[in-house]
Design a protein around this ligand. Structure first.
Ligand code: PMP
Length: 432
């Protein structure tokens, strides 16, 4: 079996003449796994189709948003219905109010919310608000967490930044870098040390409550609550970056799953149903610092875009009214994970498999993966080979070890079996 990718290869050659690295977001370039990216043409349900007509079972789902599968009828209808209105007004709409009210009803810690256009905008804005609100400059983030490409976050960053070897990006000023303090994930003592060394100077602690951007890494028992307690004690704004986990790990995100309440939450991906949307929200008294209610400036020509709001509202409404989707996602993900573990054990491979709900990562290391340092013990060469063996078998995985997979509700039992057969064959092939 060998899929051909001639058209994708031609397009990639062309793309490199006009787009930096041929892609509009770095990790798409397959740099970490070698080879050339596929150029996609369409998708439906659990499947992607590339320009050469190959079909793939999609385990990335646009890096999270397509939780219901591709081209979901309800979301597409909402977009079609919205089209005869206008693509953009740049003025308030009823839909934005409905969106805000729905988010607030699903995530109780969010009392007020502002819509933006991406996860990056959401985190950049949340940090600015935290700084404005506390009148402090420094923030604490965790090594290997990714919060978008805002300057403050490109210090020890995960995702594509680490995949491409630039966790501390050139172009970020020393001043900004000095205001970003970093600690290892799951290390509460390290956070305490940073706070002690910078008394009354920390505006915010931001983290992925479940990390997807160094591969999947769950929070250790007590870690989130420990941070919550430290923030309360020190007057630090506690920010959950739920761009990946929001509306995915539970109706109310990771904060519902773990029962820990942040001050601010950043959202993206699922909230747009596949359209470019982000949001940040939280406690009223903090959000009232945002212009025009307060002095912290943040704005957007296309924020609350009518088509994007329609797609997002349709996705969130569906999830809100069909909580059974989360049980279904858990069951199918458990099947994928249990089967993969069985394959790895039977074939005698060293591995660690981390899972929370419908997010999981297979690491090629026998060491538990609890932070960035342990994530990096994975055998990246082996991962690259595994990636390509799976691709040849029609399974589209994230093209980097430092990413999570996202399962969609379109994955049936039968497709899970196909995945597991491919997994077994791929592992056999890389062992050979
Ligand atoms: N935060 C997290 C946790 C993310 O995973 C991402 C993107 N994967 C972002 C922020 C940035 O979102 P965007 O790519 O929409 O700017």
């Amino acid at each position: 079996m060998s899929l051909t990718h001639t058209t994708s290869q031609e397009l990639f050659q062309r793309a490199q003449q006009s787009i930096p690295g041929g892609v509009n977001s770095p990790v798409r370039a397959f740099r970490a796994v070698g080879g050339q990216p596929l150029f996609l043409k369409s998708a439906k349900g659990a499947f992607l189709y590339d320009e050469d007509g190959n079909q793939y079972l999609d385990m990335i789902n646009s890096w999270g948003p397509m939780i219901l599968g591709h081209a979901h009828e309800i979301i597409e209808k909402a977009v079609r219905d919205a089209l005869p209105g206008s693509l953009s007004f740049g003025a308030p709409t009823k839909r934005e109010v409905e969106m805000a009210e729905l988010i607030i009803s699903m995530i109780p810690s969010v009392e007020k919310v502002r819509m933006v256009n991406s996860g990056t905008e959401a985190t950049m804005s949340a940090i600015r608000v935290a700084r404005g609100y506390t009148n402090r400059d420094k923030i604490i983030k965790f090594e290997g967490c990714y919060h978008g490409h805002g300057d403050s976050f490109l210090i020890a960053a995960g995702s594509g930044a680490v995949t491409l070897g630039v966790p501390d990006s050139p172009g970020v000023t020393k001043g900004v870098a000095n205001d970003t303090l970093t600690a290892p994930y799951n290390d509460l003592a390290a956070v305490q040390t940073l706070i002690d060394a910078n008394p009354a100077q920390i505006a915010a602690i931001i983290l992925e409550p479940v990390v997807g951007n160094m591969g999947l890494v769950p929070p250790a028992e007590g870690f989130l609550q420990g941070l919550r307690d430290l923030c309360t004690k020190e007057g630090i704004v506690f920010i959950f970056d739920e761009v990946m986990t929001g509306f995915r790990l539970a109706r109310g995100g990771a904060q519902e799953l773990f029962g820990v309440t942040p001050d601010l939450t950043t959202l993206g991906k699922i909230i747009g149903g596949g359209m470019p949307v982000g949001a940040y929200g939280g406690k009223k008294e903090i959000m009232n610092a945002v212009a025009p209610a307060g002095p912290v400036y943040q704005a957007g020509t296309l924020s609350g875009n009518p088509i994007a709001m329609s797609a997002g509202l349709a996705a969130l409404t569906y999830l809100n009214e069909h909580v059974e989707v989360y049980t279904q996602l858990q069951q199918i993900s458990d099947k994928l994970v249990t089967g993969t573990k069985k394959n790895m054990q039977e074939l005698g491979m060293n591995y660690t498999l981390n899972q929370v709900g419908s997010m999981f990562s297979l690491f090629f290391t026998e060491q538990p993966v609890t932070d960035f340092a342990s994530a990096k013990t994975s055998d990246l060469q082996l991962f690259g080979k595994y990636f390509h063996e799976m691709l040849q078998r029609g399974i589209y995985l994230a093209p980097s070890q430092f990413e999570t997979l996202f399962v969609s509700a379109a994955v049936t039992d039968e497709l899970a079996e196909q995945y597991l057969t491919a997994n077994r064959e791929a592992i056999q092939a890389i062992k050979a």
